[in-house]
Ligand binder design. Structure first.
Ligand code: AMP
Ligand code: GLY
Length: 436
């Protein structure tokens, strides 16, 4: 079987690793891939969002399956273009990818479908947004409508901060065209949970849940990042909560998307906040989470490729992919300073000396002669597995201590289960660059 994975981060390394583990004989390609992926898949030198180039490659090479990792190519229509060629691609159409790519579209859809979301309003003019901030008074979250590399969400504590955020998004256009419209939401409080469903139109199967850590520093302090750690399973995401997520959130969302002419096929990632009044949707993503994929894929039983093909056939009922009962913990080794300015080109040592069961997924590395050096903000996802979360955590940190590069930065408290409940006071640590 000939399989192309699109993307080049830790998530795509985990996807390729899983495909390779399940299908040792597959002819596996990755565009653009990365240094770690290069040892298990052939590199296709095309950027993940080069829709035209990827379509031409698929026309020439006729893969049996394309697995789209990130949101950008889907939002730009890669899956639609491949379908026109008769190439099977796992991921959403551009229309369905609006669940992530347009927060305004998603908010209106979810509101109509009665899916629990924070009180929200959509604005196309900064003047109206400012007036709304004045009316609300309480703590708000200001979100740029479009894709902004995970950075277009400004969590505010005061109206003054919210006014500054509206200006940053809609007037200064700090997130570019993503800020042509904005969603303003009531700020909610509670632990967050990422729930993943394999979807085929209106039918779906929840395949796992994980918790990720977005703040750069221990104790959930410092700026928001793309994600610096994750673990699964999550104790407060028991069967009851997942059933509620299925019946009140994922099912109605998929039905509403299909009704809107945008049936969703792919992995739907529901970013939930578990508030005192129950779970609310903070965001939908149209892909596996990163680093969540790095803990979910290594702790599942079943065959990933068969599961994705079953979804493409509309048969999620036959999917056997499910958590295997083990726990997984991922600690991201980042370049010092991330998500702000950082230095690259630092030699990485110790990957050969990892404990046997630990995994290292590459995100920002490159070869320089014989050396492996840092080449990005998130450098490596170090994953430990174990019978329970504390055992997986111990395995992950043992492996973290085996790896080194100058200036490495990582959180010491990933999967430390006594993490304090999120309260308004604790949550008010500064996390935005925007201040009044
Ligand atoms: P997003 O990019 O939509 O995932 O948002 C980034 C982060 O902002 C989330 O993980 C939450 O921590 C926070 N956030 C988003 N919306 C809200 C909200 N309505 N209330 C509180 N925090 C939020
Ligand atoms: N872990 C957050 C994300 O993938 O967007």
């Amino acid at each position: 079987m000939k399989i192309l994975v699109v993307g080049g981060g830790g998530r795509e390394h985990a996807i390729c690793w899983r495909v390779r583990a399940d299908r040792p004989d597959a002819d596996l390609w990755c565009a653009p891939g990365n240094t770690g992926i290069a040892s298990i898949a052939a590199a296709v030198p095309l950027a993940a969002d080069d829709v035209r180039g990827l379509t031409a490659w698929a026309a020439d090479n006729r893969p049996d399956l394309v697995i789209v990792g990130p949101e950008d190519p889907s939002a730009q229509g890669l899956v639609d273009r491949l379908a026109e060629l008769g190439v099977r691609a796992f991921g959403p159409s551009a229309a369905a990818a609006r669940l992530e790519a347009s927060k305004a579209w998603a908010t209106e859809l979810l509101d109509r479908a009665g899916v629990p979301i924070p009180d929200s309003a959509v604005f196309e003019a900064a003047r109206d947004a400012h007036a709304y901030v004045d009316d609300c008074g309480g703590p708000l979250v200001v979100k740029a409508d479009g894709l902004a590399l995970g950075k277009g969400v400004l969590v505010c504590s005061t109206p003054a901060e919210a006014h500054a955020a509206v200006d940053a998004v809609m007037v200064e256009r700090r997130f570019g065209g993503a800020g042509a419209s904005a969603v303003i939401q009531e700020r909610c409080y509670g632990p967050e949970l990422s729930v993943f469903a394999l979807c085929a139109g209106a039918s779906f199967k929840i395949i796992g849940a994980a918790r990720d850590y977005k703040r750069a520093h221990d104790g959930d302090r410092g700026p928001n990042t793309g994600g610096v750690g994750a673990y699964t399973p999550v104790a407060d995401a028991g069967g009851g909560l997942l059933r509620e997520a299925a019946s009140r959130i994922i099912g109605p969302t998929l039905a509403a998307a299909a009704d809107a002419g945008a049936p969703f096929t792919g992995v739907l990632y529901a970013g939930l906040m578990l508030t005192a009044d129950g779970p609310v949707v903070i965001e939908f993503n149209v892909r596996f989470g990163d680093p969540e994929a790095q803990v979910l894929l290594p702790t599942m039983r079943g065959d990933l490729v068969s599961a994705l093909e079953a979804a493409l056939d509309g048969n999620v009922d036959t999917v056997t992919l499910e958590p295997d009962g083990r726990a997984g913990v991922c600690v991201v080794l980042a370049s010092g300073g991330y998500p702000g300015a950082y230095t690259t080109g630092r030699a990485i040592q110790g990957l050969d000396a990892l404990p046997p069961d630990a995994l290292a997924f590459h995100a920002g590395t490159e070869r320089r002669g014989q050396d492996l050096v840092t080449a990005g903000g998130r450098v490596l996802g170090i994953v430990g597995r174990g019978a329970d979360v504390p055992a997986a955590r111990a395995a992950a940190y043992q492996a973290v201590h085996a790896v080194s590069f100058q200036g490495a930065q990582w959180r010491r408290d990933i999967a430390k289960l006594e993490r304090a409940a999120v309260t308004p006071a604790a949550a008010n640590q500064p996390c935005n660059e925007v201040s009044p």
